[in-house]
Design a protein around this ligand. Structure first.
Ligand code: SF4
Length: 197
């Protein structure tokens, strides 16, 4: 078994490029699925919390989901349920969080591809990640593929020293809300144009 599945850790880990892979770490499990919530991004959203995150930030909001073995397996039935929930006209889109979506790319790509196939660009996709934009740019192909298919990335580890509960959709001031498609096109980080704080 991979050491991340066993080892407990009290300080944040900083991976080298391509050091952690979904192929090696993901157990394709999810910690939780929450349809129709108002807190995980703009508008009414369906949120999928995948299991497993090795960053081990101090003050992590979802410690239980750091374990790749926590929760229940992701299934075709759940994917169909999420697609059905997303079809509601008042539902703006999907949010991926965790755990670490970019270390659960099989699950996330399956869902994201199904959403694009069924809804095109009429539903938006947000994802949180402990990776920064710059780290993802140097990482594995599956991470870049997932990034290329989403609209908004909230990036970076939670840094308890920079904690600020007044920020929109993020817990510490180092984290950014990034417009992924504009950033990829322009080759630099472009922040979400609706950012207030
Ligand atoms: S990146 Fe997020 S989920 Fe992972 S340990 Fe840090 S706060 Fe928790």
């Amino acid at each position: 078994m991979h050491p991340f599945l066993l080892e407990k850790r009290d300080e944040v880990r900083n991976p080298k490029p391509k050091e952690w892979t979904s192929k090696e770490l993901s157990q394709q499990k999810i910690a939780s699925y929450k349809p129709y919530n108002f807190v995980d991004g703009e508008g009414v959203r369906c949120s999928l919390y995948v299991s497993g995150c090795p960053f081990a930030c101090e003050g992590c909001y979802n410690v239980i989901a750091q374990n790749f073995n926590y929760g229940i397996p992701y299934t075709h039935e759940l994917e169909e349920q999420i697609l059905a929930d997303l079809s509601a006209s008042y539902c703006q889109g999907l949010t991926l969080l965790g755990g670490e979506p970019f270390l659960n790319t099989e699950v996330c790509l399956s869902l994201v591809n199904a959403i694009r196939q069924r809804f095109g660009a009429t539903k938006d996709i947000w994802s949180w990640s402990g990776y920064t934009w710059e780290e993802l740019m140097l990482d594995t192909q599956d991470k870049l593929e997932l990034l290329s298919k989403i609209d908004i990335l909230v990036d970076g580890r939670f840094d308890i020293k920079k904690k600020d509960l007044t920020l929109q959709f993020r817990g510490s001031s180092n984290q950014r809300i990034i417009d992924v498609q504009k950033s990829l096109k322009q080759g630099e980080v472009i922040l979400w144009d609706k950012l207030k704080k």
